[in-house]
Design a protein around this ligand. Structure first.
Ligand SMILES: CC(C)(COP(=O)(O)OP(=O)(O)OC[C@H]1O[C@@H](n2cnc3c(N)ncnc32)[C@H](O)[C@@H]1OP(=O)(O)O)[C@@H](O)C(=O)NCCC(=O)NCCS
Length: 160
């Protein structure tokens, strides 16, 4: 059995391979350049990109996007590793809630703690993002996951 792909932060040079993965999965690449590669992780296998996930920042909250796994690696936990990695990153960054839009995987994200929310509940800064404003159709499901801060940050600033 092949070694599982290795996760690492995305680099500018991953852009073309990521776009190809997204296109093959029929996911939108629009707006990618606005925050890529900051907040993105990729999964690499023998130098080839096998998966990715990214979190864009909008005033203290996050937008999880471009969660994708190459067909040959699907169903082996790579999507979950990528999302958990990004959530840990978002927590370390002190982000409050991570939102996502999906037309294809609303049934996938609840296992990772996301719950469906109304579009109106999404903060305005996030709703104005390219993905919210134009990339996804109005029919896309919106899910959210409020983050708990890392233990090291808990209680900071608290005065009894
Ligand atoms: C969605 C995706 C990222 C999941 O990655 P993965 O590595 O295959 O997923 P995991 O191995 O972590 O999890 C597999 C489980 O998720 C389920 N699952 C996979 N894709 C799903 C989907 N679109 N909707 C609901 N459940 C899904 C599988 O049935 C499997 O369930 P099981 O554990 O009960 O057998 C991957 O299938 C993919 O790239 N899909 C195309 C792009 C896409 O739709 N991305 C989401 C955009 S928001």
């Amino acid at each position: 059995m092949a070694e599982p792909p290795v996760l690492r932060p995305a680099r500018p040079g991953d852009r073309a391979a990521l776009e190809a993965l997204l296109r093959a999965a029929e996911l939108p690449g629009e707006g990618l350049d606005e925050q890529f590669p900051a907040g993105y992780a990729v999964a690499e296998d023998a130098g080839a990109l096998m998966g990715a996930a990214g979190i864009e920042r909008y005033q203290g909250n996050g937008l999880l996007r471009s969660v994708v796994v190459a067909p040959r690696w699907r169903g082996r936990g790579l999507g979950e590793r990528l999302v958990r990695d990004r959530l840990a990153w978002a927590r370390a960054q002190g982000l409050g809630t991570v939102y996502l839009l999906t037309t294809t995987a609303a049934g996938y994200f609840p296992r990772l703690g996301f719950v469906p929310v109304e579009r109106a509940e999404v903060p305005a800064a996030l709703r104005a993002s390219r993905e919210f404003a134009s990339v996804c159709p109005a029919s896309a499901a919106v899910l959210a996951l409020p983050l708990t801060p890392p233990i090291s940050a808990r209680g900071r600033g608290h005065v009894d």
